[in-house]
Design a protein around this ligand. Structure first.
Ligand code: GDP
Length: 455
């Protein structure tokens, strides 16, 4: 796709740092760079070959702004597939913005969020799953998440989806040829072969769908609530997991009145944590709102860390927590193991997993991480395998699976092949939407608008 304009943006965080990079992409990228960058020696920017660098000075009019390095990429061998120039100058909010201004004054337009990656996608340098992987890689919070994003960036999901779509496309093309040219001697495709193909693709799609939730635990994070009666150590646990004093820890029961949110990494999984007000019966109106809210959060979250205090006897308030955890994915966290007294451990037997910790002393975090990973199935996630990375991809895959199931049912009921093909073609459309080969403009714009400027 041909873009008329050349765009530029700062591609590094706008903050004090060692280096700042201003990226320019488009037909005029190199001639614009030549207006603001004077190479040392007698190099001429316009004659620089792709994949070469020059050292020199950035100027704005007559004014010298910084010493910098210019990197040149020539179309189509660049990130965006267009001519690209990257100026690496000294990091720092002021210098970087001055260089960008010089570049914009020399004829570039400001790049929109995600515009470089969008151009890369529209120029066929990557498909949508790979573009989304760029965003996941930037946002990755841990090694597993970063590995999964890298696997997608290398095209693992695209290859799997393309291979699945290709099987269906070949069958559909064959069927339409057979329907459209009855006089030609095209051999009839057997229902048996169609059924086998559809079932094999369906099972691959189902595998991806099943792996999605476990994969999400390492890539996007799981909505998690820390619940328990007052003073069991919820805030202390939250602080331990967050690594700093975020929740208020006090000895007065009922001090966390609302929900504190934080995203933390525990072992290989990412948890979007909420520390709720202690769940207990209260006459205090303000506290009651917090308690109701906490009960509601527990009902809606995906994982509960149910905290119990080993230094006090099990009571009806603990019972209420166990009640709330019924039918939920939950890990019991038996806290204050350092001063454990007369708590009846048998009471926690309804939990699949009970971990003994001392949040105050920071003991038991590793065991907690293992219990959470195992509860979420995250310990079996293979980050080198194809994985659906977000809700958009999951929806496309799910719809494709539904359409394919319709096609299979149709074949089994002996419906005409025409009717079956309609469902199979709908499945193909969903798979092509997943990789972006057939995604609408609105979807594409939505995806890239979530990127940061400069990417
Ligand atoms: P919350 O009301 O459930 O959020 O409880 P807090 O985190 O505010 O803790 C209540 C009290 O228990 C504080 O005095 C903490 O220092 C103490 N506490 C929390 N965890 C532990 C622990 O593992 N061992 C001991 N000995 N005290 C703890």
């Amino acid at each position: 796709m041909k873009f008329e304009n050349t765009v530029a943006a700062v591609s590094t965080p706008v903050a004090a740092g060692g280096l700042g990079i201003i990226r320019i992409s488009g037909d005029d990228a190199i001639s614009i760079a030549a207006k603001v960058f004077i190479p040392s020696g007698n190099k001429n920017v316009k004659n620089m070959k792709g994949y070469t660098a020059a050292y020199g000075t950035v100027i704005h009019g007559d004014k010298k702004i910084d010493e910098a390095v210019l990197l040149v990429f020539r179309a189509p061998h660049s990130y965006t597939g267009e001519n690209v120039a990257e100026i690496s100058c000294h990091g720092g909010v002021y210098v970087v913005s001055r260089v960008l201004r010089a570049v914009l004054d020399a004829g570039a337009e400001p790049a929109a969020p995600g515009e470089f990656t969008k151009r890369a996608f529209l120029n066929g340098k990557m498909d949508l799953t790979e573009a989304e992987a760029v965003m996941s890689l930037i946002g990755a919070q841990g090694e597993q998440g970063a590995n999964a994003a890298l696997t997608a960036l290398e095209g693992a999901l695209s290859k799997k989806i393309n291979a699945a779509a290709q099987i269906l496309i070949t069958d559909s093309a064959y069927l339409s040829a057979w329907v459209d040219y009855p006089d030609d001697e095209i051999e009839e495709i057997s229902s048996r072969k169609l059924l086998d193909d559809y079932k094999s693709v369906l099972s691959q799609l189902n595998e991806l769908l099943i792996g999605y939730d476990a994969g999400r635990a390492v890539t996007q994070g799981i909505d998690t609530v820390i619940a328990g009666k007052p003073n069991v150590g919820k805030s202390t646990l939250m602080n331990l997991l967050s690594g700093f004093n975020r929740s208020i820890v006090t000895d007065i029961a009922g001090t966390t009145r609302d929900v504190v949110e934080d995203t933390v990494r525990l072992g290989n999984v990412v948890l979007r944590l909420a520390d709720t007000a202690g769940i207990h019966a209260t006459g205090n109106e303000v506290e009651k709102i917090g308690v109701d809210f906490a009960v509601d959060r527990v009902a809606r979250c995906e994982l509960v860390l149910a905290v119990f205090d080993l230094s006090r006897p099990f009571d009806s308030e603990d019972e209420k927590i166990i009640e709330l955890c019924k039918n939920k994915l939950a890990v019991a966290v038996a806290n204050k193991d350092d001063i454990a007294a007369d708590f009846d451990k048998e009471k926690l037997s309804s939990f699949k997993s009970v971990v003994y910790i001392s949040a105050k002393l920071g003991k038991g975090e590793k065991e907690l991480a293992e219990a959470v990973e195992s509860a979420l199935g995250a310990n079996s996630v293979d980050t080198s395998a194809a994985m659906l990375a977000n809700e958009r991809q999951r929806r496309c895959c799910e719809k494709a699976a539904e359409c394919l199931q319709e096609a299979i049912t149709g074949l089994e009921l002996g419906l005409t092949l025409d009717a079956v093909t309609v469902s199979a073609n709908a499945a193909i459309d969903e798979l092509l939407a997943l990789t972006g080969e057939k995604a609408g403009d609105a979807v594409v714009n939505e995806i890239f608008s979530r990127f940061c400027v400069g990417k």
